[in-house]
Design a protein around this ligand. Sequence first.
Ligand code: CDP
Length: 215
Amino acid sequence: PVPVITIDGPTASGKGTVAHRVAQALGWHVLDSGALYRLTALAVIQKDIDPDDAEAVAHVAQNLQVEFHPEGVRLDKLEASELIRQEQVGNLASRLAPNPLLRAALLGRQRAFRQAPGLVADGRDMGTIVFQDAQLKIFLVADVQARAQRRCKQLIEKGISANLKDLLADMRERDARDIERAVAPLLPAQDAHVVDSSNLTIDQTVQSILDLWSR
Ligand code: CDP
């Protein structure tokens, strides 16, 4: 089978950046599964769908017109990369994510990214559900302070105002929602390697994953 490395973990653990860098180093494809949840959230807002209508939300996900390209992603032929990064969209994605019909609707779309020579998939349930047979599973953690500080720095660099106290509270809330949900809760797969990046640079984190892969 085409090899897959899964990278799961909590919000702002650096999964996205690390997944892209690992994929680049290996010359593999990358799946940002969180982007699919965010794109669904964006479409739900744009189409004025009731977020609590589980079937309607799943229907939106089933019919998403998504096109990933090297610089980002288009939704219904329109550039959506910036839009899906908004906090409002991320928050709605987090609220929609427990919907089992939505998760089922996105399953095939995610698995279709598994193409030669290989795939690095980042998310919450890549190792536990979507790619259970992955050759290497990483659970990337970092303490909540480190994650909030990173997110704060990122936002300020983008010229968006941010304060650490609010981000910390928001992050704790998202962690709780990810961990406590009944469907696909955020947990390391039994065969996952836990990597703690609290005191690692991005380069060191990427290298530790590449080392595990080449072992
Ligand atoms: O890192 P952050 O939480 O800001 O966002 P993300 O990784 O882009 O994911 C957006 C939302 O989708 C999160 O709230 C996750 O709970 C959810 N998600 C999920 O349920 N399953 C995945 N495989 C990926 C994301």
